[in-house]
Design a binder for this molecule. Structure first.
Ligand code: PLP
Length: 370
């Protein structure tokens, strides 16, 4: 076999559903020499990372840390730790990622009730209240920012509904953290998970999670072992909790990366960051609308960071995206599930939520649609 040449990827602007471009400062800290995963200096870095993560999650939850894997591992961590065989769960799906939670919850042996909304729509609080009162589940799981449709599921009222039946609320915040407000303590979310590669402007590879005291109590009251060894919080807590006892070898470089990503978020300030995402979304939306493209999500619940638009009749999805990539160096996402071949998903997340990205993608999309 001939040895492949030195790595030399073409320059890209990642304006799809993720990964988004990593911030240059994040890439720069990733060239920092390694420390051992139990080195006192690394342990200090872990503590700093956890403290910053609490601030970005706007929570006081002690059990807050980045899982060493991508967003799906965060999803799995929340569901496999809180559900045991025979437990009741309600999973709301408003698109592709809700369906993934249905699958994972089912694999735990839980008795899963699926609530569905048409793609692009979200649940009204009363729909959730009815289901929770009827089923009285241990866990209700919802997607906060549904990346397949660009819809934002409001969660503000859902925690209080869950309290009425002692239900734990799990929220998929993979596409929301660092882009729009996520407030587990204020909204009564018991377990939330996210990723590193979107609103935090890092490469994929870490899944921030946070668990409330109620969730930790439910974990401690389990009758059976957690099905996953790697994601078992009862043992991971020994590493990311107080003792820093070996569990697995932390991906040192990714911890450096997420630490820098979190520093960037806090330097900017949460409110300023949310406002920036809205500002750039409005500019992008004005441009896309002027090009005759309609959004797929309910306009009252549109995510600023993920803009999914229907393709006009006659536009070849794959050919169009190929031109965007090869002629303009821009990646946008195609449609998933019900929207496959019918929509483009334009992500302006984290550091990519800026006017330059908006203008570039609008110019390119206009050329390709001509
Ligand atoms: N949930 C949502 C809403 C997502 O958008 C994604 C990925 O884009 C995931 C879960 C899965 O995350 P990952 O692909 O990082 O495993």
């Amino acid at each position: 076999m001939t040895i492949p040449g030195q790595l030399n990827p073409s320059p890209r602007l990642l304006l799809g559903p993720g990964p988004s471009d990593a911030h240059p400062r994040v890439l720069s800290v990733m060239t920092t020499p390694l420390l051992g995963h139990l080195d006192p200096q690394f342990i200090e870095i872990m503590s700093e990372t956890q403290e910053m993560l609490r601030q970005v999650f706007q929570t006081k939850n002690a059990l807050t840390f980045p899982v060493s894997a991508t967003g799906t591992a965060g999803m799995e961590t929340c569901l496999v730790n809180l559900l045991e065989p025979g437990d009741k769960a309600v999973v709301g799906t408003i698109g592709y990622f809700g369906n993934r939670m249905v699958d994972i919850a089912g694999r735990t042996g839980a008795d899963v009730t699926v609530l569905e909304r048409p793609w692009g729509q979200v649940f009204e609080p009363d729909m959730i209240r009815d289901a929770v009162k009827r089923v009285k589940p241990k866990v209700l799981a919802l997607v906060h920012a549904e990346t397949s449709t660009g819809a934002m599921q409001p969660l503000e009222e859902i925690g209080a509904i869950c309290r009425e039946t002692g239900t734990l609320l799990v929220a998929d915040c993979v596409t929301s953290l660092g882009c729009i407000p996520v407030k587990p303590d204020e909204w009564g979310i018991d377990a939330a998970f996210s990723c590193s590669q979107k609103g935090l402007s890092c490469p994929p590879g870490m899944a921030p999670v946070t668990f409330s005291e109620r969730a930790v109590a439910a974990l401690k009251a389990r009758k059976t072992k957690v099905q996953s060894w790697y994601l078992d919080l009862t043992t991971i807590m020994g590493y990311w909790g107080g003792d820093r006892a070996y569990h697995h070898t932390a991906p040192i470089t990714m911890v450096y990366a997420i630490r820098e990503g979190l520093r960037l978020v806090l330097e900017e300030g949460l409110e300023a960051r949310y406002a920036r995402h809205v500002r750039n979304h409005l500019a992008l939306k004005a441009g896309l609308t002027a090009l005759g493209l309609a959004y797929t999500a309910d306009p009252n619940h549109q995510l600023p960071q993920l803009n999914a638009v229907r393709l006009p009749d006659g536009v070849d999805d794959a050919a169009g995206r190929k031109r965007l990539l090869t002629e303009f160096g821009i990646e946008v996402g195609g449609g998933l599930g019900d929207l496959k071949g019918k929509a483009w998903r334009i992500g302006i997340m984290g550091q990519n939520s800026r006017p330059g990205c908006v203008y570039q993608v609008l110019t390119a999309v206009e050329q390709v649609l001509k």
